[in-house]
Design a protein around this ligand. Structure first.
Ligand SMILES: Cc1cc2nc3c(=O)[nH]c(=O)nc-3n(C[C@H](O)[C@H](O)[C@H](O)COP(=O)(O)O)c2cc1C
Length: 359
């Protein structure tokens, strides 16, 4: 094939994007880098090149340590955000769960499948950047990257930074994960303390057997619904329901084709019952079928529940490669003794009905 001259610029990197961690002024700070490479195998020495004006170089000088963290495609939004915002103006210490190794001052990211702590050994100044050399002290792998005596690096799902196209790519797929210096803004859009936690990204998949409930129902359009009023009605009668499991109460969303046509659904507030002898006036009984659910725990006041639902329906479900919402499946809100109406520590489980996607 003919070669075409396209000018003098750095054609690299097409590399796994990395997050460099350093403690700056006593707090972990992470920045995204594409300029990273191995310079010696034994001892293992790496180089990262950082723009002089960034916040991170101060931390490397303070502690003589830094970390290299290879995020997986699950972390693409947070990774880009670390490349959009400087620690000078934004506290990036809470974006990930930080842990420390033997060097004690190189913050590493729990959510990243591959991380390592490095001892700073030298630097070299260039017109715009400083190249920092570090000797790798210890590498930490997620256990699923080790299969017997072999490494399975594909399980790390690294994000490929394709600089000339300005996109992130998935190593195993040709599809783009989103634009660089852009997708990270979604981090602020979905910003609630809970949504950022890794437990929200890796929720449990559970199966629940069928069960019977007794409660109060409200059939209405979503925008006209007042769940608080349904709960208030339920609280007047809820304590006298025979054969009830009183350890928790449920908020239940149900729908069917007829309700969908009218843009309505049912919201039921009720309790699980072991048997139904007769149904008290004004109440209804329903059998909730055996279903597979993805289980999220919302932490925080009830007023922020909408952020968690938004994350589940606008981010987790549309981007999940394996599961999709079960059409007309029953959605459950599970309120137990951990629930405190407006406390930051309140917990509420959300069971979202799912099914495997067909190929
Ligand atoms: C995809 C991507 C790659 C980047 N690569 C580098 C790099 O190799 N070196 C660098 O100094 N900055 C790089 N940046 C920019 C920094 O991550 C960004 O300016 C960051 O906000 C600096 O953070 P700090 O001031 O907290 O250290 C990159 C950003 C993105 C989004």
């Amino acid at each position: 094939m003919e070669k075409i001259k396209v000018g003098a610029f750095n054609p690299l990197p097409i590399v796994p994007i990395a997050l460099i961690g350093a403690n700056v002024n006593g707090k972990p700070n992470y920045l995204a880098v594409g300029c990273i490479g191995a310079v010696n195998l034994n001892p293992p020495i790496v180089m990262i090149s950082l723009t002089k004006s960034h916040y991170t170089p101060t931390g490397i000088a303070e502690n003589n340590t830094f970390s290299i963290n290879i995020p997986s495609t699950d972390e693409v939004i947070e990774t880009d955000y670390c490349g959009l915002k400087s620690g000078k103006t934004t506290d990036k210490s809470e974006i990930f769960t930080t842990f420390y190794g033997d060097l004690e001052s190189a913050p590493m990211i729990q959510e990243c499948p591959i991380t390592c702590e490095c001892r700073f050994i030298d630097s070299q100044k260039f017109p715009q950047c400083i190249a920092f050399y570090g000797e790798i002290h210890q590498v930490y792998f997620n256990e699923n990257l080790i299969e017997g005596k072999k490494f399975n690096i594909i399980n790390a799902n690294p994000i490929i930074f394709s600089a000339l196209e300005n996109v992130y790519r998935d190593l195993g797929k040709s599809k783009s994960l989103g634009k660089c210096y852009d997708i990270g803004w979604n981090y602020e859009r979905s910003k609630t303390s809970e949504v950022r936690k890794s437990s929200m990204k890796h929720p449990k998949i559970v199966e629940k057997e069928q069960f019977q409930i007794l409660g109060i129902e409200d059939v209405n359009k979503m925008e006209l619904r007042e769940p608080a009023a349904v709960w208030a009605r339920f609280q007047q009668v809820g304590s006298h329901i025979p054969h009830a499991d009183t350890s928790h109460a449920l908020g239940i969303y149900m729908s069917n084709k007829d309700l969908l046509k009218e843009d309505k659904n049912r919201y039921i507030v009720g309790v699980e019952v072991s048997k139904v002898e007769d149904i008290p006036k004004g109440m209804i009984s329903e059998r909730i079928p055996r279903q597979k659910y993805v289980l999220f725990t919302h932490t925080g006041p009830l007023s922020t529940l909408k952020n968690t639902y938004q994350y589940i329906h606008e981010q987790w479900l549309p981007n999940n490669p394996r599961y999709e919402r079960l059409p007309f499946g029953v959605e459950l809100e599970w309120y137990d003794s951990r629930f405190r109406f407006d406390s930051e520590n309140s917990k509420l489980d959300l069971y979202i009905p799912i099914q495997e996607k067909s190929e």
